[in-house]
Design a protein around this ligand. Sequence first.
Ligand code: PMP
Length: 353
Amino acid sequence: MSRFFSSKFLSLTPYTPGEQPKIMNLVKLNTNESPFPPSQKAVSAAVEAAEILQLYSDPTASTLTSKMAEILGVTPEQVLMTNGSDEILNFAFMAYCDKETSVAFPDITYGFYPVFAQLYNIDFEEIPLDENFRIRVSDYLGINKTIFIANPNAPTGIALSLAEIEEIVKSNPDNVVVIDEAYVDFGGESAVCLVDKYENLLVTGTFSKSRSMAGARLGFGVASKAIIQDLNTIKYSTNPYNINRMTMAAGIGALEDEEYTKANCNIICKNREYTVAELKKLGFEMTDSSANFIFAKHRTVSGSEIYTKLREKSILVRHFNAPRICEYNRITIGTREQMDKFLNAIREILEGK
Ligand code: PMP
């Protein structure tokens, strides 16, 4: 650290992204990416856009925004496209949390929420999940705080129903409720259908998972026109050209190929059910996942041992050190071939005990 670093950041612990090692032949099941390439329509559109990178991108992202709005069944004024969904979450923290309005989210959830809260020096409450790692809806009713809920939640994969989400949104009419739907396409129920009914609801989404575009950085927010106006004020005060030309073109291409996205999501869901069934036979317990990952713990072997031994076999999963979840590993669902390699490695590890 230099001696010039602002004292307000001295205690900030930044977010730790999952590893992106450059090892060949690694079975990479640690950062919830898609195992499939992006749509060919996305790839060719990005290549074409690369030819005119001397020009700034469209700050309004109008074609992409309209296409996204059409797919979501809302108006373009209700959508903001961003540089990954991390950016819209960042904008929401800036716009809706401050000294007067603190923020609440589950104690076990996306690790970036507490980082944003610390970055902006906002008081935050981490509401414990119940003993089965479920969000207790009653804990969020009328709490008078800005609320962030990942639905399905990460790293548990457990989803709340649309009715439960509506209860939370409805009971906090004077606060914004952000529903982070990064993983919704793998079995969750989207709350986008509620944005016309509740002016305090902001739903966020990403192209990183179901649309195989994590490396492109494309996310979005859907809400009332007024909320999108607020978020645009933040966007134009930080990064007006937040989406680069190639990503914008790729995003439009991906949205023209929704069948490809749906087909991939179906395969992932099938592979998830297969992996869950096989792991159960091997003595694992898992949460009920509606996401493109599972959260698994073995009856006798520790979470860190499984993580380390898988790594020795060139299989990477995600292990968290937080005390409540240190016996678990989060395993991204890949292709059937990847899952078979993973399962065989697990069998070998257990046989070696
Ligand atoms: N929300 C959740 C719950 C996530 O797990 C992630 C990424 N892992 C994100 C948001 C951010 O995704 P991205 O910035 O790639 O859209």
